[in-house]
Ligand binder design. Structure first.
Ligand code: WT7
Length: 656
């Protein structure tokens, strides 16, 4: 074993040495147990990609082997050309031939407390029945299917049934509003929607079916709504359009032939926020995506047959796609799924579930860890967490205090922490430690995964000086990268491939230390990260200006100890409208209705005018400064009317 004794730079945290080498006992059993082996494989993945991927692609089962590794013409990458495979076959059928057949694929706990386990054989049976049901409803390869479900096993079943038919799914997070659901299903042109009569969250029922009905008002494109019975509560059904799945599905539907699809066959579209007012449909295809998920799940989480892996993300986010469904199931692992809120009925719900199911790997977000810190360690300490052997973090930079708390209180000082940096667009984790090989530095996602070639550059695209802050780019294509924005090839090129010519621009700022470790500092575009959720300021602004009383809006982020960032909205009102506390509440509700409850401006500030450039662009930079420092010292020479700033500072300082 090679100890990383040469590592030089790591700030000490709470007076402790900021470098955590992999525990010897962990390394000796890990898939990759020392840093030299990581470096050797990494070098091979960059210098001899044909050899590297030739070997690694055997992690999947191919109906036809691929012939050409990569066809790359910026911005279009096609991987594993000539190959054919089926994602659902890879996640299910191939595990039925050996000892995994009766192994748990999914262990699920509902919020009210019921537990369900599906073995690989049982999951396969369900997916086949669902695929047949979808086919009977006219779903064929290439058709888009929207999935709007709570965190119940049926969410994974629905995704895999779509994959089996080659019908790209578009999962919409159950916390999104009917308006957000409508925008997404219209954009992707789905004819079929899968939902439920509700799901449980904090003891209440989320009215999914009611929201679906609202979303479909005046929308005729959806021909069939298939409804899972989860709560048993009566919901409005529309006779021609809506069907209960339990009534439609057939017992003797068990078999469902698998059709292999080409490597680049679309697997799913997932909407995410960008710098425009509309979410973008990120498109992922089959082989490269699945391989990226399978390999990162295996190596970053060091998964073994007997592990029970819990990624706490909802399947409505990419983390749920890659690390609840596709990655773990592709490698035949057991995953844990939980439906509800982390603090229901009490703040120890997570720890009780880990204790009860003997979960071995926990992958969650810094914002959740900070919430647990706030609840207090008295909820964690009494629980038996000895089953845990590895922890993961994702969604935003983890602050060293939260890292240490996670390490000590949850991991009891024994478990390595894998901080994984990636994005909806990257498909799978890109920068992260290998837990048996890489020494961790709290707050750094550390080193790139195989085949990933990140760099820090300045605005012109030149390499940033060592240690200097710059823009994070990826210099060559990787298998699980997005293949486009659905219906918007120009936007795809412009957003990701033109800002810094020739490379993929992530939208993140970062620096690299002397040891080559990456320290991500967060978004440098107009995208915020609130509780690990990605929120486009432009989307919130367009929601605000759709309110009849609002003239203009500008949204900026303010650092928040628990959420990472919180939304602050500057609003000017239409002529004759008066600012009031009740209007603030009204606007908050309005935004929630337009987008979803994850988007709730923390503060709404009424202003008589907003600072603009002479060309009429709102200067968010100044607003950000005002929010953070209470004053503006930055360059205001390009302001159209400098007096707005003084007025604004005064207005902001005075509560309305
Ligand atoms: C943005 C992507 C796919 C992960 C879930 C969020 C931020 C994500 C980290 C991390 C620092 C991180 C970045 C990125 N981010 N993980 N470990 N350290 N920042 O996916 O919604 O597409 O958001 O989340 O800013 O660009 P997403």
């Amino acid at each position: 074993m090679t100890a990383d004794t040469h590592l030089s730079e790591a700030p000490s945290v709470n007076g402790k040495e900021g470098i955590f080498p992999p525990p010897r006992t962990f390394s000796s059993h890990a898939h990759i147990g020392n840093v030299d082996e990581y470096r050797r494989l990494y070098r091979e993945s960059i210098e001899s990609p044909e050899t590297f991927w030739g070997r690694m692609s055997a992690e999947l089962d191919w109906a036809d082997p691929w012939k050409e590794l990569l066809a790359w013409e910026l911005p279009d990458a096609r991987w594993f050309l000539g190959g054919k495979l089926n994602a659902s076959y890879n996640c299910l059928d191939r595990h039925l031939m050996g000892p995994r057949r009766n192994k748990a694929a999914i262990v699920w706990e509902g919020e009210p407390g019921e537990v369900r386990t599906l073995t690989y054989q049982q999951l396969h049976w369900e997916v086949c029945r669902w695929a047949n049901l979808l086919a009977r409803n006219g779903v064929a390869a290439g058709d888009r299917v929207v999935i709007y479900l709570p965190m119940i096993p049926e969410a994974a079943i629905a995704m895999l049934a779509c994959a089996r038919l080659g019908a790209p799914h578009s999962v919409v997070f159950g916390g999104f509003s009917s308006k957000a659901l409508r925008d997404r299903l219209v954009d992707c042109g789905a004819r079929i929607l899968i939902t439920a009569d509700g799901g449980y969250r904090r003891g209440k029922i989320i009215p999914l079916k009611e929201r679906v009905n609202e979303a479909l008002e005046g929308v005729s494109q959806i021909e069939r709504v298939l409804v899972v019975r989860r709560t048993g509560k009566p919901v409005p059904m529309q006779a021609e359009r809506d069907r209960w799945i339990e009534e439609e599905i057939q017992e003797d539907d068990a078999g469902c032939k698998v059709t292999p699809f080409e490597s680049e066959h679309p697997l799913f579209i997932l909407y995410t926020s960008g710098t425009t007012g509309r979410p973008k449909g990120i498109l992922h295809t089959t082989a490269g995506y699945l391989l990226g998920c399978a390999l990162t799940t295996k190596y970053l989480f060091d998964i073994k047959e007997e592990d029970l892996f819990w990624c706490t993300a909802d399947v409505g986010w990419v983390t749920g796609h890659s690390y609840v469904v596709y990655g773990p199931l592709a490698i035949g692992a057991s995953v844990f799924l939980y439906e509800g809120a982390p603090d229901f009925p009490r703040p120890d719900r997570f720890w009780r579930m880990i204790e009860r199911h003997r979960i071995t790997i926990l992958y969650t977000a810094p914002t959740a860890i900070r919430a647990f810190m706030r609840f207090g360690e008295e909820w964690v300490e009494p629980r038996d967490l000895s089953s845990l052997r590895l922890l993961g973090s994702v969604g935003e930079p983890i602050n060293p205090e939260a890292w240490l708390w996670y390490h000590e209180k949850v991991g009891r000082g024994r478990c390595p922490i894998v901080d994984t940096w990636w994005q909806t667009e990257t498909g799978s984790a890109m920068i992260a430690p290998l837990p048996g090989a890489t020494a961790c530095k709290p707050g750094s996602a550390s080193l790139p995964f195989f085949g990933v070639d990140p760099a820090i550059v300045d605005d012109q695209g030149a390499p940033a000086l060592p240690g200097r802050q710059g823009k994070l780019v990826i210099r060559r294509p990787w298998p699980s990268m997005l293949r486009g924005i659905y219906g918007d090839p120009e936007g795809f090129r412009k957003t990701y491939w033109s800002q810094i010519p020739g490379v993929y621009f992530t939208g993140d700022g970062a620096r690299q230390d002397k040891d080559g470790y990456f320290w991500i500092t967060g978004r440098i575009d107009d995208v915020l990260n609130v509780s690990g959720h990605r929120i486009g300021t432009a989307e919130v602004e367009s929601a605000l200006v759709s309110h009849p009383k609002v003239a203009e809006a500008a949204v900026v982020g303010e650092p928040d100890p628990e959420k990472g960032e919180a939304l602050v909205a500057f609003v000017t009102l239409r002529q004759g409208e008066a600012a009031s506390e009740s209007l603030k509440d009204d606007l908050r509700l309005h935004v929630e209705k337009q987008i979803g409850s994850i988007v709730r401006p923390k503060e709404i500030l009424f202003a008589s005018s907003l600072p603009k450039t002479r060309s009429g662009k709102i200067m968010r930079r100044l607003l950000k400064e005002l929010v953070r420092n209470g004053q503006i010292e930055g360059d205001t020479t390009t302001l159209e009317d400098p007096s707005t700033i003084a007025a604004l500072a005064k207005e902001v300082g005075q509560p309305t």
